[in-house]
Design a protein around this ligand. Structure first.
Ligand SMILES: [Zn+2]
Ligand SMILES: [Zn+2]
Length: 409
């Protein structure tokens, strides 16, 4: 006694019918309801017949269905469950495939799309400023011209009978009350779905259907493009029979620049100027990304303070649409005189010119005071003091924890 009869009803057969009866029934109904015959989209009947035959023509699936009904078949994607064929593929397989009514590969969803391949392309900030065309050599698979992607001589390529060209087989395994379905690569065709006799194999591609070629592509880097920008070459990915090649995606990776830092369309530049320039004005040179030298005028009397940021408008990066430029921001580092001032007369001169220092606050009369002097430190001591100043603390470079040392003594 079978659990359900829906699939048998779809094929208008008795649940006790033979394989030959199933085949006959499917042939008759599939031809009757095929979209090419009915002159329209795939009808519900055609789908139902296909699904019913897909299940019942497989001894194992039929066994599962008889025992558990449709519920036993669920668990895998696809219209037929259990990774079954679409009604169209089933039909073409049943009637010999290739050509005619919706041959193999005529899946309703269209051909499969290959993977996109991404490549990084290192560029300099100069490249992004001026624009550039880079040639890039890629290794890619193309359809073998000799066998036109068939893998062998005309007629030598046969669909594998064991897996009917699927390249895999469904194995059922009992897991408690449920049947677990496992896909295994077909051993007869090694998962290829087809069999080619050794002597008929294409020598050019060794039956792989594709050959690897070197292809040079020209990447146009437009002025103003940014780090991470993707440039897409449609359909330049690997070719393979029955698939639409994916894209080659070139991703720009900007190398760090020695002097400029880019943020959006603006450039940042650190300029070192001497104390005298900061106080009395002068000129600095900035070599730009197109080798122009910007002569920057620091006006006399315009005091530049340490870390002060000033802008040069319109001297940043070009914007990608070329209508505009970002700004150049200059941050100033003031270089103080390297040597100490020893001439008392000069010090007096400086004191007379520079604004007076802020006066010390008045101390209460009873305050206890002590005069101390500043000392130069040796490099080791200085490094330690700097770490402490930054809040990093001592990293025990003397070896061991001070507390531990005490305990050992
Ligand atoms: Zn070939
Ligand atoms: Zn096979």
């Amino acid at each position: 006694m079978v659990k359900e009869t829906k699939l048998y009803e779809a094929l208008e057969v008795d649940p006790a019918c033979s394989d030959a009866d199933l085949k006959k029934a499917y042939r008759k109904l599939a031809l009757k309801y095929h979209p090419d015959k009915t002159g329209g989209a795939s009808s519900a009947q055609f789908q139902d017949i296909g699904h019913a035959y897909d299940v019942l023509s497989d001894a194992q699936k039929r066994q599962v269905y008889d025992q558990y009904g449709e519920a036993g078949l669920s668990g895998e994607a696809g219209p037929g469950g259990m990774g079954g064929l679409s009604p169209e593929d089933l039909f073409s397989q049943f009637f010999g495939g290739g050509g005619g009514m919706g041959g193999r590969g005529g899946r309703p969803s269209g051909p499969r799309r290959g993977k996109d391949v991404a490549h990084g392309l290192k560029v300099t900030l100069e490249d992004l400023y001026k624009g550039k065309t880079s040639k890039l050599a890629l290794q890619k698979n193309v359809i073998c011209e000799k066998c036109e992607g068939k893998g062998g001589k005309e007629g030598a390529v046969k669909t594998c009978n064991t897996c009917h060209g699927q390249g895999y087989r469904i194995i059922l395994r009992q897991m408690g009350p449920m049947m677990q379905q496992i896909q295994q690569p077909c051993s007869d065709c090694r998962g290829e779905g087809e069999i080619i006799n050794a002597k008929d194999k294409c020598k050019t591609c060794n039956a792989k259907k594709v050959v690897s070629v070197r292809k040079v592509i020209e990447v146009h880097i437009d002025r103003g493009m940014k780090d991470g920008r993707k440039i897409i070459f449609n359909g330049e990915g690997d070719q393979a029979p029955g698939i639409t090649p994916g894209d080659v995606v070139i991703v720009l990776e900007q190398r760090e620049h020695e002097h400029f830092r880019r943020v959006d369309d603006d450039l940042y530049y650190n300029a070192k100027i001497s104390l005298v320039t900061a106080l009395t004005g002068g000129k600095i040179h900035i070599k730009h990304l197109d080798d122009r030298v910007l002569v920057v005028d620091i006006l006399p009397g315009e005091v530049i303070r340490p870390n002060e940021l000033k802008a040069v408008m319109g001297q940043g990066m070009p914007t990608e649409r070329h209508h505009d430029f970002g700004n150049l921001y200059i941050q100033f580092e003031i270089v103080f005189p390297a040597s100490n001032w020893t001439d008392a007369k000069e010090l007096d001169q400086l004191r007379s010119i520079l604004p007076p220092a802020a006066p010390l606050p008045e101390l209460p009369k009873e305050t206890l005071t002590e005069e101390v002097v500043l000392t130069e430190m040796d490099p080791h001591q200085k490094a330690k003091a700097e770490r402490g100043h930054m809040g990093v603390g001592d990293d025990d470079e003397e070896g061991g924890h001070p507390g531990v040392q005490c305990a050992q003594q």
